[in-house]
Design a protein. Sequence first.
Length: 275
Amino acid sequence: MKKKLLAVLAAACMMTAAFTGCGSEPAEEELQGNLTLAGSTSMEKYCEALSESFMAANPGVTVTVEYTGSGAGLESLAAGSVDIGNSSRALTDEEKSGGEVENIVALDGIAVVTDKANTVADVTAEGLAKIYKGEVANWNELGGEDQPIVVIGREAGSGTRDAFEELLEVQDNCAYAQELDSTGAVLAKVASTPGAIGYVSLDVVDDTVNALTIDGVEASEEQILEGNYILQRPFVMATKGEISQQNDIVKAWFDYVGSDEGKEITKKVGLIIPQ
């Protein structure tokens, strides 16, 4: 009789397990829904790599990223139209007072680039500021060829521009020949324009341009982490309120960014993991 009772109980448990997982932990629910981000164009390569990998790990989630510029992305966050606002600069006190939280996910150097034919390899921070203010207008004033300097920069509202101008203390004093709306556009314009100079995210620099050293210091991970390279800025994924207050998908996103796999993506796209 006892054996018969045990057999009945075992059969009941097996039937229940088919529906409830008898004798085991409940299966973790798969994330379902959408995640929306908007902001910095400098963060495009990083966000595309993260999005692709995150969606592969979470097939029930669709990640949508718009590259509208840091200022516009933070405005979208403040308006509640996106989950995360991407900014390639630190948040202002005014932005923080509105409830936007600065979540630094990576560090980036701003590289100063010239066309390949340019013979100038180094500038001082003071000299660079003078170039952008229009006080130095020919490369021969910096030891280069007799050639006019063509000053290229980003559009108003760009996080790269805001960070560059703030770090050099040239806000509202720049004499741009052209203002372009993306990091890639600046890189391409400098590469194709004799005498041009521009600033771009370090991770996009390639062999189509020369990257200048500033005060003898190159834009590299080591120099940035040691604080020696002047033109460095944070990559921020801002949220309205703390991460702990966000929905499960947003929390999972930040968990992924901080995971070993997420950190590997950060390094692969040429960015630096904050210490």
